[in-house]
Design a protein around this ligand. Structure first.
Ligand code: UP6
Length: 356
């Protein structure tokens, strides 16, 4: 797949979100992900709005943002999701989940941040074993079922609960699988195969077509992303002395192949597609350009805390990854949006020269 254009890979990728992402990359001529490691929610939203046109993925660490608003209707996640639709990018919460299956399911879907609600993509370190991937895939399938479907509470318990939908859905219906009938019994999801429509209220901020100033909120040229959630496996790290072995990386490759419907690809330092039908996407952090005017030789000085950097040209053209993840290289520039454009151009050029 290394020598195939993203537009071709869009047709053969298994995961709906990967197909969408490859098309978005082609449309925006961008294989750049911004790692938005700023300290406040206000800065995060401002940065996403300014840099949005240059990127295809915005990577977050919600837990390093102060003032993150957890409100599921109006909070930071919802606002980010609106910016993602406006500019055409996917949100990747770099949570690096690692725990037993049950715990990661709960961390992924519930708690304060409800990551699954606003992040199209998240990632996992599979040191705990690959069962965890199955647990997360199950949580994602249930989530999709819940927001998309028929929650037929009456099937099991008789008495309809307020807001239930039996016939394909009424507007403003916000039944959830936590709804209970008069006897306190929970409803259950009975079908995950008959997608009819999204049951998100039509006035949900996440689905608004314009903002309060009347600005268009839907990126032109491509439809909205599918309601699927995707996982990246943390197969290799950029940091000095990383303890992930070749065997661990190989286990990630096996887990990815076993869960193609949920695993989109890897966070890795090199291309890991080796079987003929592997079409996983690779996102690579530890990316920086030398300051403008300075010569490029592939490597850039680390940060003194273990982070190591390569240039987009080396990562994309030589090591064969697909999307470069850049944090401080862009954020700490005098003008982040124009620096993001510089990275976008360099990374896209590296991709074009890989195609030859
Ligand atoms: N990150 C790495 N290396 C990895 C995995 N993840 O740096 O192997 C993440 C960091 C940070 C970003 O958590 O959010 O990518 C890199 O930021 P930087 O460009 O400012 O170094």
């Amino acid at each position: 797949t290394l020598l195939q254009p993203y537009s071709e890979r869009a047709k053969t990728a298994t995961h709906p979100l990967s197909r969408y992402l490859f098309r978005l990359m082609d449309l925006k001529a961008s294989n750049l992900c911004l790692s938005a490691d700023v300290t406040t929610a206000r800065e995060l939203l401002a940065l996403a709005d300014k840099v949005g046109p240059s990127i295809v993925v915005l990577k977050t660490h919600y837990d390093l943002i102060s003032g993150w608003d957890y409100n599921p209707q109006t909070g930071t996640g919802v606002k980010l999701a609106a910016l993602a639709r406006k500019h055409g990018f996917l949100i990747f919460e770099d949570r690096k989940f690692v725990d037993i299956g049950k715990t990661v399911q709960m961390q992924y879907t519930a708690g304060t941040a409800r990551i699954i609600e606003w992040a199209h993509i998240t990632n996992a370190n599979i040191d705990a074993g690959k069962e965890m991937v199955r647990a997360m895939a199950e949580a994602a399938a249930n989530w999709k079922a819940r927001i998309h479907y028929e929650v037929k509470t009456s099937v099991s318990v008789g008495t309809p609960v307020a807001g239930q939908f039996e016939d394909g859905g009424e507007e403003n219906n916000n039944a959830t699988d936590d709804d209970r009938d008069a006897d306190g019994r929970k409803g259950s999801i009975v079908s995950i195969t008959t997608v009819t429509q999204s049951f998100e209220p039509a006035d949900s901020p996440r689905l608004a077509k314009t903002n309060e100033h009347g600005d268009e909120l839907v990126f032109p040229g491509i439809e909205e992303p599918p309601m699927d959630r995707g996982l990246l496996l943390l197969a290799q790290m950029s940091s000095k002395g990383c303890l992930m072995t070749k065997d661990y990386t190989q286990a990630c490759v096996e887990a990815a192949r076993e869960h193609k419907g949920f695993v989109m690809g890897y966070v890795a330092q090199e291309a890991l597609n080796s079987a003929p039908d592997d079409n996983f996407i690779h996102m690579t952090p530890g990316c920086k350009l030398p300051p403008p005017g300075e010569e490029e030789n592939g490597h850039v000085e680390g940060d003194g805390l273990g982070q190591q950097y390569n240039t987009p040209a080396k990562l994309i053209n030589i090591l064969g990854t697909d999307i470069v993840i850049v944090g401080r290289g862009i954020i700490q520039a005098a003008d982040p949006p124009s620096e993001a454009e510089r990275y976008r151009r360099k990374a896209w050029k590296a991709y074009l020269s890989r195609l030859g």
